[in-house]
Design a protein around this ligand. Structure first.
Ligand SMILES: [Zn+2]
Length: 67
């Protein structure tokens, strides 16, 4: 289950922070946990997909130049 948001100052975690402030310490520095976790998962995979696509493109261009 996604945790939602986390306070950057006291690391309090909750699904919803009222008025964008931490209910524990009142800090406005709230980070969305879902986004950071998803970015970390997507990062390397997106890079691999990009490399594969470029390798395929280079392969196709090379094939046409040789034939
Ligand atoms: Zn806090």
């Amino acid at each position: 289950m996604p945790l939602g948001y986390q306070c950057q100052d006291c690391s309090y975690q909750g699904r919803k922070f009222k008025q964008g402030r931490c209910p524990a310490c009142g800090s406005a520095r709230i980070a969305s946990k879902d986004d950071t976790e998803e970015e970390q998962k997507r990062g390397p995979l997106g890079l691999i997909v990009c490399i594969v696509l470029w390798a395929y493109l280079a392969f196709e261009i090379g094939k046409r130049l040789l034939l």
